[in-house]
Design a protein around this ligand. Structure first.
Ligand SMILES: [Zn+2]
Length: 284
């Protein structure tokens, strides 16, 4: 599996996204062809050159989700519409990210924060952008009205599940459903798909060490930028940025990475391994 996304140009990433849709039969099944090319180009243009939440990160999440899909016995769980939404959701989940966290927008009293009462501010914005581009390019044109409304509902659950503050709720709900998945229940399908997207979003520690370290350095740099941006806000003395955003030193960097992997990622991948033993390679 080639994971050298960070060395890829935007054009190469665009070609890889289109290729993945083709390889999994989505282009033909949902009559995407030219629409797909136009949508991917538009989508790529809406990812900013920020240090972590850029097009390469979105592709990383899409690629990992395709690996999980290939490994698990997905026919026992999902159908073609679910795969379409999984791919669209993963590649769209951080659209127009500004390299700043939700607290920054809440503290700034930004309109994005006010329209959603401060809840999952950026995730709601990414979802809004995802829907905008899907509709603009008619990406779901081959779906029936019922399938479209179901796909949009699944997309909503998926993208909102990338809010890290929901991690423990998502994980505990998933653990309660292990071994009890009901393929006839859309609610179960949506929840399991959301778990896959969330896991692919945060599971960099499951990648080979050099890739894990590269992404780790990038997220720490972006968090430090966020720390500095929050320091410049009015009332920063009254509402200071969270200390975990600030870079301390190399030792602190490795401690944080190990802590995150042990506290967040390993338990989630461990739970997923219980439902899908085929994913043990990611946990182990
Ligand atoms: Zn992400």
């Amino acid at each position: 599996m080639n994971l050298m996304y960070l060395q890829c140009t935007r054009e190469a990433l665009i070609a890889c996204i289109v290729r993945l849709f083709e390889k999994f039969g989505l282009t033909e099944k949902f009559k995407l062809e030219a629409r797909l090319q136009n949508w991917v180009r538009d989508l790529a243009a809406h990812y900013n050159p920020v240090i972590f939440h850029n097009l390469a990160h979105a592709f990383n999440v899409l690629h990992l989700s395709s690996v999980m899909w290939s490994r698990i016995q997905h026919q026992n769980y999902f159908d073609d519409v679910d795969l379409l939404v999984l791919f669209v959701g993963t590649i769209s989940h951080d659209l127009d990210h500004r390299g700043l966290g939700n607290t920054y927008f809440v503290k700034r009293k930004h309109p994005w924060a006010q329209t959603v009462s401060g809840q999952s501010v950026m995730e709601n914005y990414h979802l809004h952008m995802a829907n905008l581009l899907i509709d603009k390019h008619g990406l779901f044109h081959a779906l029936s009205p019922e399938e479209t409304s179901r796909a949009k509902k699944t997309l909503t659950e998926m993208i909102l599940a990338t809010d890290l503050t929901k991690h423990f709720k998502i994980q505990s709900e998933f653990e309660m459903k292990i071994g009890k998945f009901d393929q006839k229940k859309q609610e179960d399908k949506d929840h399991f798909l959301a778990v896959i997207v969330h896991a692919c979003d945060i599971a960099n520690s499951a990648l080979p060490f050099d890739h894990f370290r590269s992404w780790g350095v990038r997220i720490v740099q972006e968090l430090e930028d966020c720390f500095q941006a929050e320091l410049l806000l009015p009332d920063a003395d009254k509402y200071p940025p969270a200390p975990f955003l600030a870079y301390k030193d190399k030792k602190g960097f490795y401690e944080t990475q190990i802590g995150f992997a042990g506290y967040f990622i390993a338990p989630l991948l461990g739970a997923m391994k219980r439902e899908w033993p085929e994913l043990a390679f990611l946990h182990d």
